[in-house]
Design a protein around this ligand. Sequence first.
Ligand SMILES: C[S@@+](CC[C@H](N)C(=O)[O-])C[C@H]1O[C@@H](n2cnc3c(N)ncnc32)[C@H](O)[C@@H]1O
Length: 338
Amino acid sequence: MKQNLSPLTYEQTRMKQYMSSMFTEDHKISDTFSLSERIVVYPGDCLEMLKAIPAESMQLIVTSPPYNIGKEYEKRLHPDLYLQQQAQVITECVRTLSPMGSICWQVGNYVDDGAIVPLDTVLYPIFAGFGLRMRNRIIWHFEHGLHCSRRFSGRYETIIWFTKSDEYVFNLDAVRVPQKYPGKKYFKGPKAGHYSCNPLGKNPGDLWVIPNVKSNHVEKTEHPCQFPVELIERLVLSLTNEGDWVLDPFLGTGTTVIAAIRHGRRGAGAETVTKYVKLACERIQQEIEGTLRTRPMDRPVYDPVAAGNSLTTAPWKKNTGQSALFERSPKYGKTTKQ
Ligand SMILES: C[S@@+](CC[C@H](N)C(=O)[O-])C[C@H]1O[C@@H](n2cnc3c(N)ncnc32)[C@H](O)[C@@H]1O
């Protein structure tokens, strides 16, 4: 299979040398895919790596592909060509997906002259065309991003989750979150007086509030579009078992592999840009050594008001601009005529 792949560029050859010098056999990061490995970072095109992956061997394929919006790592393409390229990758991903496996495609909007096209809506038919079954369209909500002036600022992206069959791995208990009212009891019926909630916690639902990786985030690197490790940990824990393979065709800074190996899974990914391959390897190595700083899965979202952050007090006078809306509420101490 290897001999069918296109020859390595000078940069890729240098990257191979760098990787082989950096890692010991114990936690080897391989640059070619084999089922006998545990960690694979393929420095090249994902379609090439996918060719080397046996059919039905991946339990979870999770990725955030380029959105075709002109980021430094992509060329803007005609939307039809972009979708064609995505379809090629998805076709290979479906081939490599285990019958009990899941595919999660994390996407935002394609923006064309100010008009948005939610990418999940145009990618959905490709997945459905393979007979995949959609289980959730998860809304990932975050609070930071571009400030738009001619539409509401985008503060969510989606993860579309598909399974190959109706028999699929779903470990809900592994990702339960704290109940809002753990002390609540049934007040009537045969269970009256007993606690009504699951003591293991509640289903996290399909709206996930998780900070995105912007400048103040502990995981921020020079990559413009990392996803946070905790986002992928939730998918790894719920959709795979220990020892399973987790694959990310558009690996970026290695987040998916980090989340996978942190929980005893195997991780593989491809990345074309040399500086990101290097970053991914460094971060994975730090994860192996226990030194990678990440935001913990169970940390509540920072609330600057509750934290007493002094910057939350507006320096400008009351009754102007932004504060006017709040001041109409009795909760804020003043009622004006509605
Ligand atoms: C949205 S970013 C993914 C970032 C990643 N989720 C992370 O946490 O770092 C998409 C990545 O795919 C890479 N990429 C683009 N085309 C690719 C291809 N054909 N094969 C492999 N990687 C590719 C880009 O260089 C970019 O780093």
